[in-house]
Ligand binder design. Structure first.
Ligand SMILES: [Zn+2]
Length: 186
């Protein structure tokens, strides 16, 4: 089951948007995509770029999104797959166009940059701020356990930030069965 959730097809879309109105339209467009796929905003400014991840059975959606964008904008880039090379291209384009690249989430165990973390743990304490820890697909697969509680524990135990004190924390919420997002209280 976890393996199903860990495999996905990813692409990056970058669009040159000169007017703030265009940027707003692009944000709205990707917000709509967000209802059927996972999206991550990669850059803002003259170059608006987003990474999109879909279930590997629906890869044609990625091409359809590219076609929809091309029909509205003159200068677009479609990078499929969204691998490290694609991220370097975006980083270069951002530099050339003076756009701002967003920080990428890092895995809490191996430190690898991960666009779409396979698992997320939100640790909410008594204060107003919660800690969010994210984990890449290989680390999540490596720590995979039958029971959710054991899985969350294994991730926290291996986390590079010393979170062992939280091992007894209470699992309060799992967003949904599909999402590997857990909230624990301490
Ligand atoms: Zn990792």
């Amino acid at each position: 089951m976890l393996e199903d959730q860990l495999s996905g097809a990813r692409a990056i879309y970058a669009i040159e948007a000169h007017a703030s109105q265009q940027r707003k339209q692009l944000d709205e467009f990707f917000a709509e995509i967000g209802s059927v796929a996972q999206t991550y905003k990669l850059s803002t400014g003259r170059l608006v770029s987003y990474a999109v991840q879909v279930n590997s059975a629906w890869t044609e959606i990625l091409d359809e999104i590219a076609a929809a964008i091309r029909s509205h904008y003159d200068s677009t880039f479609y990078l499929n797959p969204a691998d490290e090379v694609a991220l370097e291209v975006i980083s270069d384009l951002c530099r050339v166009t003076g756009s701002k690249m967003m920080p990428l989430p890092c895995c809490g165990i191996c430190g690898k940059k991960e666009l779409f973390p396979a698992a997320t743990i939100v640790i909410s304490g008594k204060g107003p701020h919660s800690i969010v820890r994210r984990y890449c697909s290989s680390c999540a697969a490596d720590k995979c356990k039958q029971k959710t509680r054991d899985f969350v524990r294994a991730l926290l135990d291996a986390d590079r930030r010393n979170l062992k004190c939280l091992l007894e924390a209470r699992l309060v919420r799992r967003k949904s069965r599909r999402d590997m997002a857990f909230t624990i209280a301490c």
